[in-house]
Design a protein around this ligand. Sequence first.
Ligand code: UD1
Length: 418
Amino acid sequence: MEKLVIEGGIPLEGEVVISGAKNAVLPLLAATLLADGNMTIRNVPRLRDVNTTVKLLQGMGVTVGVDDDNNITTNTETINSYVAPYDLVKTMRASILVLGPTLARYGEVEVSLPGGCAIGSRPVNIHLSGLEAMGADITVHEGFIRAKAERLQGARIVMDKVTVTGTENLLMAAVLAEGTTILENAACEPEVTDLANCLNKMGASIIGAGTPTIVIQGVDRLQGVDYTVLPDRIETGTFLAAAAITGGRVRALKAAPDTLDAVLQKFRDAGAKIEIGEDWIELDMRGRTLKSVDITTDPYPGFPTDMQAQLMAMNCCAQGIGVVVETIFENRMMHVAELIRMGANIRLEGNTAIVAGMPTIYGAPVMATDLRASASLIMAGLVAQGKTIVDRIYHTDRGYEKIEVRLQKLGAQIKRIS
Ligand code: UD1
């Protein structure tokens, strides 16, 4: 199994080009199931989750081409199966995103029921009840969701909780439904807006994406288009946090500054100097004191749960006490025990972590438990005294493209070993 070995203590310095957003490209690839003709997605990050989605589409019979720049072209003319098997769904819960578009276009679909995952139980009840409200006949049997519908009907759906992939699934179902669908309490994440922009380019009629009320007028068909994925705000935030924790200066290029307001405010509160251009963000921590910040995760535009672990790592080495409250997932504090192994001073009470910053943390062998937890351990390793070995970095590869190569370019002493 591969590991990352990090020698800490070097302030990061330089520029990093941000990849396309993982959480945007997965729904966009699912949306290709709705397209007549060829559809091309550009700025696709080289990630395990993208490979899994490509396998899923190919398993359904979709023709998928990937060029040298990792642009992905699909054609659904060859589709011959409407099944998302357990083998793929168990490695990537976002496989559930094929449910809405496949049902809407082909009238039937079977998706293995995603189980719990490391960060929580993560049910899909809101995806299912929304599709039922649109007239789908759904059964859950022997670990599979089976859905059928002649043609979905527009409906007003009030979602019980804000769910990102739930909103995306219902959006992709509603675009081909008969009549008008109104999604209330919809997720406002930029990745939902990116999906809606792409669907509109394909011929859909969606207004209100990026707000809690999305109105979709169903259409009969959608055309394949050429679409470029928006920059990854979580990757951007992670590299900037790495600059902050090491007391360095990093400029993130090809970023989307307007998707990171809550995170950038926390960096400023932590004492960093932030400069913003049209498509870049620079964080400068040189000669400044890192201060602890309080964080409560919330749906967008609140502070993202996907940045919680990285900011927790920052707090471990900052001046003062920071309180970190996780409100989205019930079990997203597993990095705490690993950070404590590195000398961090954290008290965990349920989903609240009280972090007292330490002048020094120390390298240690640690284990990544999920994608963002792995990022927080890498960041802690970058500032720790001595050697950190991060195990189970297959989690990291799900969401960060060649992270060690890009950190090396910023001066970090980090390498991948088998
Ligand atoms: C997406 C992101 C993930 C991010 C999360 C929250 C993708 C591929 N993944 O995950 O990186 O951490 O949003 O921003 O975009 N819930 C229910 N019933 C449902 C659906 C969700 O109770 O039917 C609950 C979940 O258990 C969780 C909360 O709603 O407590 C939010 O989850 P959700 O937004 O659905 O997360 P994902 O879309 O899976």
